[in-house]
Ligand binder design. Structure first.
Ligand SMILES: Cc1cc2nc3c(=O)[nH]c(=O)nc-3n(C[C@H](O)[C@H](O)[C@H](O)COP(=O)(O)OP(=O)(O)OC[C@H]3O[C@@H](n4cnc5c(N)ncnc54)[C@H](O)[C@@H]3O)c2cc1C
Length: 383
């Protein structure tokens, strides 16, 4: 690969999420250096969330390109593939134990996956506590980013891997995320095998969906004896900000639900954190701007209801690195990467929007049951 100069290209990646880190890692395996600018002060500044199931064709493929598949298998939790579907009265409509070895989509805790990628990078690749305040492109100049401390960086390639509210995206597109009408109220139960045995038994080792009345209680067992609970509600965008007591506010939305399901909300250790779900327009794309591109949520933010966002972010990172390594100049590499990126993201964004709508309709429980039953019958592990 060349940039028309004799020196190696400088590659600046904004964001040390799963997408940015996969890009940096796969570039490294091809002997190409990069620098990742991350606003968080350290890897432990922010809670990294619950668990992810990694798809064979995206997340696992990316880890293969990163040379980390064996390490991933050692860290994954095959038992996490167990799936339960409950009605609001607590009755079980569907239960599928985890297949041997976790099936096609083994679960892994997010913090373990991010740690795996971070540990695989040369020291100093990620610059922590470096928030990007502004980005710019000018004719015949390299892209520039300005950091919060006033420092500036020029690079041959600037990659926006900076998530939903990307600072880099406006260089390429005027699209903005739109609120889906659905908010997840995110809670967590700790020490569940001692303090919450009944709830742990109800959730099982994997994911439990309880659906009804256009709402849901979605609980996921994660490592460290914890359960993550997403109370899923259709509320105005800023609803949670107006609630004095968010837990009470959520419980009031589930008045006649089974006591165990309500306890998953009420017994959360710590306050519930609102996560309003946003999405970019399905089919979001842009015209080529020299030296700049996007990956992951910055490119194709979608609801988590296809379990695809992190998987795609990792695949994007791996595919972009592969294109950079394979082509003689950056612009050809970026064109090749984006030509595959756009249709791939469009397909998944459409599935994700349809799933969100399906599960939270008045007959969402029946639809979910039919879908899970038909996947189980066909042996297809994709939900
Ligand atoms: C509740 C929930 C559950 C989900 N479950 C799943 C699932 O099961 N499976 C799945 O595949 N996906 C899931 N997703 C989606 C998934 O989390 C995202 O798609 C994925 O994290 C996107 O990765 P990313 O690297 O593109 O962005 P992010 O993970 O958002 O990372 C962006 C990084 O950029 C940094 N950053 C942002 N702005 C700046 C700046 N100005 N300067 C410097 N750094 C900056 C941020 O601090 C962050 O570290 C879920 C999402 C949610 C909300």
């Amino acid at each position: 690969m060349s940039t028309g100069t004799t020196t190696a290209p400088t590659i600046a990646i904004v964001g040390a999420g799963l997408g940015g880190l996969t890009l940096a890692r796969v570039l490294h395996t091809h002997g190409i250096a990069s620098t990742v600018y991350e606003r968080d002060a350290s890897p432990t500044t922010r809670d990294q969330g619950g668990t992810l199931d990694l798809d064979e064709e995206s997340g696992q493929r990316a880890l293969g390109a990163a040379g980390l598949l064996d390490e991933f298998r050692a860290l994954s939790r095959p038992e996490g593939a167990e799936l339960r579907l409950l009605a609001k009265d607590g009755s079980t409509l569907f239960h599928e134990p985890a297949p041997e070895g976790g099936g096609d989509r083994p679960e892994i805790d997010r913090y373990a996956l991010r740690g795996l990628l971070l540990d695989s990078l040369p020291r100093g690749t990620v610059r922590w506590g470096r928030k990007v305040r502004a980005v710019a492109v000018a004719p015949m100049r390299r892209p520039t980013l300005t950091l919060d401390d006033g420092g500036t960086v020029e690079a041959d390639l600037l990659v926006g891997a900076d998530g939903a509210w990307s600072r880099v995206r406006p260089l390429l597109s005027g699209a903005r995320p739109v609120y889906s009408g659905v908010t997840l109220m995110d809670g967590q139960l700790e020490d569940v095998d001692t303090r919450h045995r009944a709830l742990a038994a109800r959730v099982g080792h994997g994911t439990m969906f309880a659906l009804g009345d256009e709402k849901g209680v979605i609980a996921q067992r994660i490592g460290g004896e914890r359960i993550r609970v997403y109370s899923t509600v259709k509320v105005p965008e800023a609803w949670a900000d107006a609630e004095d007591d968010a837990t009470k506010g959520v419980l009031d939305l589930f008045p006649d639900w089974d006591d165990t399901l309500r306890a998953l909300i009420a017994d959360s250790d710590g306050p519930l954190v609102p996560r309003p779900l946003y999405a970019l327009p399905i089919g979001h794309r842009w015209d080529r701007v020299p030296g700049v591109t996007l990956l992951g949520d910055a490119a194709h933010l979608m609801s988590p209801f296809a379990g695809a966002g992190a998987n795609l972010a990792m695949l994007d990172g791996a595919e972009l690195a592969r294109a950079i390594a394979a082509h003689d100049d950056l612009e050809t590499a970026l064109t090749a990467y984006e030509t595959a990126l756009f249709p791939r993201s469009e397909t998944q964004a459409a599935v994700s929007a349809a799933n969100l709508d399906d599960f939270l309709r008045p007959d969402g429980l029946r639809r979910a049951r039919d879908r899970f039953t038909s996947y189980a019958a066909s042996g297809d592990d994709t939900r």
